[in-house]
Every structure is written in C-alpha cells, then in structure tokens.
Design a protein around this ligand. Structure first.
Ligand code: NI
Length: 151
C-alpha cells in the first residue's frame, strides 16, 4: 500500500526506529485493539494509526470557507493549568463559538462539546490550539460546510 500525501510526503520509505513513551494503560488498550484486529506486530498497528492520523489531518486541511462544526474534546481536569489555558483559548475564539456543553465524565475527565460557526481556517486554528495542550486526550471534529446545507 502506497499512501502518499501532498507535498510529496511518501509514507512508505525506509524504516526508522524510534522510541516513544506512553502511559501504561494507553499501551495496553492499544495492544488489546491490535490483537483483536489481528495485527502481526505492534509496529504495524502503530504505523496504521499514524497513517490514519495523517489522513485525518489532510482531510481537515482541505475544508474551505464557511463551516458549522461540532468539536468534541476529552481532557484531564487534573492537569495543572489546563482548565485555565483552555478557557483562555475559548475566549480568544469567542467570535466563532456558538455554544459549549461541558460534561464531567468522572472525577478526573471532562468532555466538552463545542459548536462553532466560521471560516474553516479559523476553526482549524482553534481546534489545533486545544489539541496540542498537555492533558487533552481526544479532539474530534464533525464539520458541515454551509454550501452543503444550501437548497
Ligand atoms: Ni468537568
């Protein structure tokens, strides 16, 4: 399989060995999934996960113009400074934020669902800002372009 992305980035190339640190529970959850799916090795599962991450990014970067989107985010409430950082980001992007629902999942984790309306590039910047914060575990976006809803 030869997946190639824009700018000539070819994903199938010579192999480079890397070392990464992962929380133990994240790794065991991952191992369980790749074993259920029948992967022959952990490396192969990680390669596929990275390919999917890159494809998600590429699809997202292709969105243009006015969008309405729902962003879901799960984060670690106990991560020092995170709640205030996320609040700062949301204030900075208040012009695109339509509404936010906050659900306290358990004593440590929060789920936030944000409905945003605005230019795709601004929505992307908002999402990226949140995604890269330490303690943010999951960010997903479901986007509807305004053209798609036009009749
Ligand atoms: Ni909460």
């Amino acid at each position: 399989m030869g997946v190639s992305l824009e700018r000539g980035v070819k994903l199938e190339d010579e192999l480079t060995r890397i070392g990464i640190s992962l929380p133990t529970n994240l790794l065991s959850a991952f191992d369980e999934v790749i074993s259920n799916r029948g992967y022959s090795s952990r490396s192969e599962g990680i390669r596929d996960a990275i390919r999917n991450y890159l494809i998600d990014y590429q699809l997202l970067s292709q969105e243009l113009g006015d969008q309405i989107a729902v962003i879901t985010m799960v984060y670690d409430h106990d991560q020092k400074g995170l709640v205030s950082t996320l609040t700062d980001i949301q204030h900075r992007y208040s012009n695109i934020i339509n509404s936010t629902i906050h659900i306290h999942i358990d004593p440590h984790n929060c789920l936030e669902v944000t409905v945003v309306k605005g230019d795709a590039s601004v929505i992307r910047a908002f999402m990226n800002n949140m995604m890269v914060q330490h303690g943010v575990q999951h960010v997903k976006i479901f986007s509807i372009s305004k053209q798609r809803t036009a009749r």
